[in-house]
Design a binder for this molecule. Structure first.
Ligand code: NAD
Length: 250
């Protein structure tokens, strides 16, 4: 039996790489995209049943070229995981238009363009889309004017995709991760932020890449065949918390 194909963006490290490995464990083949060509080569080299697809998801020509490469080489696409993203934390007054546009290009244009390019293949396979948002797209906080707004838009993008593509048998869902110790998070989470997160999360810890991967792979699989247009927060309970919890726990 031929293995179904997952196309994962930003797959050279972090959540994307963990998701690649879980798909492989579950009998899929994976097209691994990343803009970091060297890291993609290192990550994909030891893995079987993968295709390395270097390129920039925020460029329309690249999105079309990479999607054509995947369908021509692997025969189709059964799941698209729009995981590539960047973080940039800063006060609104210091968020230059260039910083704002970089976040929107990577986090929002990318999922739009990649899904648009992959839609014919997804219609043909009655496949699934999973977009990676963030708890920052569900709840506002300081310093995330660009990042939080881009992730809230990814949630709405998912709903639009689910409604438009449902009649073709294509499902679209969103995973909103809580904090995970990846390179992206560690670049913007100071020791003070890490300590505060532990207080604000009912499970009282950061999540792991593989815990996020479980939610993604589930939503792509046939086990989720009647689930579309949903946002699944894999966040240790962050979204459920109210005010004053650390003090109330003492
Ligand atoms: N780590 C967290 O705490 C956390 C929390 C919530 C949401 N997320 C989201 O999870 C996703 C994965 O993040 P991560 O923490 O694994 O980060 P990461 O930095 O470890 O991995 C992201 C990967 O995406 C790639 N990438 C960035 N822009 C790209 C582009 N334009 N084209 C192709 N590849 C590109 C990077 O090179 C990198 O390899 C992101 O969308 C992020 O916003 C992460």
């Amino acid at each position: 039996m031929t293995r179904p194909v997952a196309f994962i963006t930003g797959a050279a490290r972090g959540i994307g790489l963990a998701t690649t490995k879980l798909f492989l464990d579950e009998g899929w083949q994976v097209a691994m995209n990343d803009i970091d060509t060297d890291e993609l080569k290192t990550a994909s080299a030891p893995l079987e049943n993968v295709l390395a697809v270097p390129g920039d998801v925020s460029d329309p020509d690249e999105a079309a070229r990479m999607t054509d490469m995947v369908t021509a080489t692997l025969g189709g696409i059964n799941a698209l995981v729009n995981n590539a993203g960047v973080a940039d934390f800063g006060p609104m007054e210091e968020t230059t238009f260039a910083r704002w546009k970089r976040v929107m290009a990577n986090n929002l244009d990318g999922p739009f363009l990649m899904t648009q390019a992959a839609t014919p293949a997804l219609k043909a396979s009655k496949g699934a889309i999973v977009n990676i948002a963030s708890i920052s797209g569900l709840r506002a906080s300081t310093l995330r004017i660009a990042y939080g707004t881009s992730k809230a838009a990814v949630i709405q993008l998912t709903l639009q995709q689910a409604v438009e593509l449902g009649e073709f048998g294509v499902r679209a869902n969103c995973v909103a991760p809580g904090p995970v110790r990846t390179k992206l998070a560690m670049a913007v989470h100071s020791p003070e932020i890490i300590a505060a997160y532990h207080d604000a999360l009912p499970l009282n810890r950061y999540g792991s890449e593989s815990e996020i991967a479980e939610a993604i792979v589930f939503l792509c699989s046939n086990r989720a065949s009647f689930i579309t247009g949903q946002v699944l927060a894999a966040d240790g309970g962050f979204e459920a918390t109210g005010i004053g919890l650390p003090a109330l726990r003492k």
